[in-house]
Design a protein around this ligand. Sequence first.
Ligand SMILES: *Cc1c(COP(=O)(O)O)cnc(C)c1O
Length: 422
Amino acid sequence: MSKIDTLCVQAGYEPKNGEPRVVPIVQSTTYAYDTASGLADLFDLKADGYFYTRLANPTVSALENKLTALDGGVCAIACASGMSATLLAILNVCNAGDNIVSANAIYGGTYNLFSITLKKYGIECRFFNPDAPQEEIEALVDEKTKVIFAETLANPTIVVLDFDKISAIAKKHKVLFMVDNTLVTPALFRPIEYGANVVLYSSSKYLDGHAVALGGVIVDGGNFDFTATNRYEEFLVPDESYHGLVYSTLGATAFGVKCRVQMMRDLGAIMSPQNAFLTNLGMETLALRMARHSENAKRVAKFLSTHEKVEWVKHPSLEGDKYYELGKKYLPDGMGGMMSFGVKGGSEKAAEFMEKLKMIKIVTHVADARSCVLHPASTTHRQLSKADLEAIGIADNLIRLSVGIESADDIIADIKNALENI
Ligand SMILES: *Cc1c(COP(=O)(O)O)cnc(C)c1O
């Protein structure tokens, strides 16, 4: 049982004799024990089990186990949102005075977290252009660098990451390589196979797939040696807040265990059982959906690229796209449903086009079953000047399109009609 389609349906939960076939929602914050010593063993990590839902819950565990299996990791931690997953993963290795080196083509919320909020806590972020030569990116790494961060497929600029280039830098300097894989999911790409050490998800997007449950997941690849250098001193010395545990002695699960027993204990951003249930249910069809999103997006991108009112289209499935070769190399099974394009006539025409759409709605969300659009220049990136927008690759006529799993014929018909009416 190792094919992705099978894991999406089956992995993470194995009922014992007479137990519910489907993952039950364990709506309980607490768990009862017969003896005080039994509970003490759990606190000492001597035994597995549940004692408080802020640290672990059976429904949440089922989802975590499914993602661990899908990504080929050693453990996973489900969080209240994608943002909290990123925050906990970063804080698990970074302290004041440290820095992270991150691609600049990343989700806007993550960009704010890295450039503004983390700075207030003394953690510096050094941004790189993911298309820059290896030496230029490598020059940003120093002895205080704890993380190299990038997205597999960047939102909303649709940059495909050159994994071999970035993972070579991380390996050479023995720095943790963290990848946000939200927009392709393990159904299409498994970053650990390409050298990533930690994989992050906003499960609010394709994993849930129906826009009903906010969440995030951290997957520990278990493939990073914290004892190889003195860079991660905190993993090598006793944790006074956890009766002297030295995390590196845990071996492959050092990152994941520290993240749960220290970060989740102190910061408390666990996913709710209800959201874990919904996300797990959505994930049963993840492989099917990602194939359909990818197929539909390819057809829509092709249609847009031939339409006279469309100035440009960015999608790595299009021959001649800047990321066509990288897309072919890393995403041969599909590229998901995200794309961006510009209509002729600038910002005004972009807004007009969106208002003429009938089935496709204007929403800030992306990556669920329903097709949707957003105009970043007038909404999410409204505060930025035209020059600022251009600097981060967002043209004022850029429309972000998240292609759903409806019939491609109907999606194209809606777009065609709107284009004809502007
Ligand atoms: C949405 C998103 C996030 C943030 O996730 P939330 O669940 O909204 O907190 C992070 N990374 C990417 C790539 C996203 O699309």
